[in-house]
Design a protein around this ligand. Sequence first.
Ligand SMILES: CC(C)=CCC/C(C)=C/CC/C(C)=C/C=C/C(C)=C/C=C/C=C(C)/C=C/C=C(C)/C=C/C=C(C)/C=C/CC(C)(C)O
Ligand SMILES: C[S@@+](CC[C@H](N)C(=O)[O-])C[C@H]1O[C@@H](n2cnc3c(N)ncnc32)[C@H](O)[C@@H]1O
Length: 388
Amino acid sequence: MRAIRRFFRPSRDWWRDVRNRKLADPDFQRSAANFALTRPFARRSSRRLFDLVAGFVYSQALTAAVELELFTVLSRGPRTLPEVAVAAGLTQDACERLLRALQSIDLVEIDDSGEETTYALAALGAALVANPGATAMIRHHKDLYQDLSDPVALLRGRHSETRLAKLWPYAAEAKGQPPADANVAAYTDLMAASQDLVADEILSAYDLSWAKRMLDLGGGDGRFLRKVAAAHPDIELHLFDLPPVAAIARERIGDTRFGRRIIVHEGDFFTDLYPDRFDLISLVRIIHDHEDAEAVRLLTRARDALTPGGVVVVAEPMAGSADSAAVADAYFGFYLMAMGRGRPRRPSEIAGLMNAAGLQRVHRIPTALPIATSIMIGEIPRRNVRFT
Ligand SMILES: CC(C)=CCC/C(C)=C/CC/C(C)=C/C=C/C(C)=C/C=C/C=C(C)/C=C/C=C(C)/C=C/C=C(C)/C=C/CC(C)(C)O
Ligand SMILES: C[S@@+](CC[C@H](N)C(=O)[O-])C[C@H]1O[C@@H](n2cnc3c(N)ncnc32)[C@H](O)[C@@H]1O
């Protein structure tokens, strides 16, 4: 009976098996490339596979362009080859090689319709210019790629000496307090540079105007809270971070018009008392730094610091959609492995942690750019109200 059912409705495994045997056959690949109906599929798959093979080289062309500030030069308008070469300090030959590489990956446009060939930003190049955070990350990737030069060694657990473990001392130390010689300003600057996209996404996806007192746990230099302050003049704002980071936050916030509105507290969010109770507590790019048990501990402490009816917001890149899977599972999965602690999670996994921490009505808030962040919300009931 099973065999008959399988004959009429083959299982997924059966289909996959047939497909994979075909695709792994060089003769089939050749004939698929030559046959008009299957050619588009063959071209697309071979291009996609080539991109996976060559991705590092594309990244290096991008890195060269960022380091030579080519995008800044071209953002002022189209330029000729000699002009770009002089600005970049390259020979014309080397500069043309780079510009052609950048054209092939949609960062630069080459216009040879006039008397002299000119070079301008293409669509992705223009989007990059508007994203200083992405540029900071490209520069930082020198360290990441160095650490990833032996990915198998990392997967086997040899990540104590990585550059990222040095950059993120709280991850390597696993006890919150960074060593005295740690350069916390370096990671705080990096986070601040990539914070705008995340903050804008949170503010446009989730209306927090109802809140009266908000605490941002692990709030870095306060860039997120400054944006909240600008958008919501009536919320009382508190930031909590490790002492050296809190010192940077105090200095940077103090220099702005929000000096009096954002109160900075220092301490270890795993062990120290939180300054008060709040109706909104945010954890932005925090949970993915921690293993499950620590994450539940932190979320439980956040829940305990809520006033009745209060809300915990978790915002960070999460897997779980076609757009965000590679960002979360491939990029952050390997990034955090090099850092030495933490893991990216799907929204359902974050929901599991939030539920384990006693938060209720846990749900996802859709965001426009999951590449920047996804958002999960959990609440505690108002007094005398039970959520079902
Ligand atoms: C062009 C035509 C004809 C049509 C197009 C139509 C159209 C709608 C165009 C859209 C144009 C547009 C609005 C483009 C927008 C582009 C954007 C917003 C691009 C954004 C790119 C952002 C990037 C690449 C961000 C990269 C961020 C990285 C790599 C962040 C890394 C963060 C890390 C490592 C954090 C670490 C924290 C830790 C340690 C894990 O806790
Ligand atoms: C990945 S950064 C995120 C910063 C900021 N929320 C953002 O999205 O840009 C993590 C932050 O958590 C802070 N942090 C890490 N461990 C901590 C601890 N045990 N107590 C307090 N803050 C901590 C770090 O100093 C850092 O500012």
